[in-house]
Every structure is written in C-alpha cells, then in structure tokens.
Design a protein around this ligand. Structure first.
Ligand code: ADP
Length: 199
C-alpha cells in the first residue's frame, strides 16, 4: 500500500458549519476538500446507487458503510486521476466522513488522520434553525422536514459522536461552532499552522 493521505477531519453535527469551513480552506493551495454528502448528491438519482442514497437520506439515516466507503474511495481516486487532488502536496480535508467507527476502520489504510476539528454546538435548537434556513437556500429536502432533522441529529449522537473517543483528545480540537465563521476559521488555521510547522 502506498503512503496514506495526510488528512484533517471536520467533525460536528449536521448544520455545525463543517462544510462552510471545509470549502473555504479547500480553496487554498495545499488542500483538497471532499464532503461525503456532496459525493452522494452528485449521483444520478436514476441509478440504483442514487436511489439507495435517496432512500436513506430522506429518512435522516446513514447510507450503509460498505457502499459509502466504496463510493468515497472512487471519488477520491477520480480526483487524483484528473489532477484536482495531488496527494504529494495536498492535505485532504474530509467533512461528513468517517461518520461512525466502522467507517473509520474501513478508511484506516487510506488516510492518516493528522487532526480532528470538532465544531461543537450543544444548542440543538440553534442547529435546527440553521438547517431550516439551509433548506431554503440550498434546496436540501432532508433539511426541510423537522422530523428528518431530528432523526439526523439522533444519528449524529448515537453513531458519529463515539468517534471522538475513538480518535482521543490528543488529536481533537474543540471549536465553538456558534462563533462568527471567520473566528471559527481562525481557530482552525491556528492549529493547522502549528501542525504544518511540526511536519
Ligand atoms: P449533514 O452534515 O447536514 O448531515 P451531509 O450532506 O453530510 O449532511 O449528508 C447528507 C446525507 O447523506 C446524510 O443524512 C446521509 O444519509 C448521507 N451521508 C453523507 N455522508 C455519509 C457517510 N459518511 N455515511 C453514511 N451516510 C452518509
């Protein structure tokens, strides 16, 4: 197996702002951003895989691990093949994956997790309000229904949050996701600069 991809994980509940931060940092040289939800949303919904995605996401459930990891691998390999992702110079910025411990294990041979940015927003009502706003702006059906939002938050609590223990405190920076987005970015950049100094 060749060298594993050095990776930063953006971690947090739906609506915590991981996508905003990932996209922004991903515009700079030396980073490649990949949001797992976007990989799924790019699928043709007439295909079997596209239909499976709709089936799960419309209920607020996670897509099964094997399918998810396979699709994600293919998407990264395609980005590498067409030169958008240059693993010898780019750090991978992942958002929305891994989403549970089983996925983290399936990815262990491909990524080297350098750091986890945990965008924390304990105020769930704030999160629900953000998601409803996003539903209107981005035409996201899974954000429009409060019942589905609640189920996604539950999936985050039960399935994703155990990842924080899996990676352990030395790899994690907790960031207050309710801050002004530029302040969230500053907190992330401070840690990235520290990390790059050491490497
Ligand atoms: P959010 O972070 O707001 O939940 P995403 O765009 O990351 O939204 O994901 C939307 C949906 O796509 C999820 O509810 C889930 O059904 C599916 N999905 C995305 N990433 C994963 C993943 N790593 N594993 C399983 N399902 C996923």
């Amino acid at each position: 197996m060749s060298k594993r991809y050095p990776t930063y994980l953006f971690f947090g509940a739906p609506g915590s702002g991981k996508g905003t931060q990932g996209v922004t940092l991903g515009t700079l040289p030396g980073f490649f951003h990949c949001a797992c939800g976007d990989v799924f949303r790019r699928l043709d919904t007439r295909t079997e895989l596209g239909q499976r995605f709709l089936e799960y996401s419309s209920k607020g459930e996670l897509v099964p691990d094997e399918i998810t990891i396979q699709l994600w691998r293919e998407s990264i390999q395609a980005a590498e093949a067409n030169g958008r992702f240059k693993p010898d110079v780019d750090y991978l910025l992942l958002d929305g994956i891994p989403r549970n411990i089983a996925q983290a294990r399936l990815m262990e041979d491909i990524i080297e997790v350098r750091h986890v940015f945990h965008l924390s927003c304990p105020d769930r009502e704030k999160i629900v309000a953000r998601l409803k706003k996003r539903a209107l702006k981005d035409n996201r059906l899974d954000d429009a229904n409060e019942e589905v939002i609640r189920r996604r938050l539950l999936a985050y609590e039960n399935e994703s949050k155990p990842l924080l223990e899996h990676y352990g405190p030395a790899l994690i920076t907790d960031i207050d996701a309710t801050q002004f987005p530029v302040k969230v970015m500053k907190d992330i950049l401070d840690r990235v600069v520290e990390d790059r100094k050491e490497s």
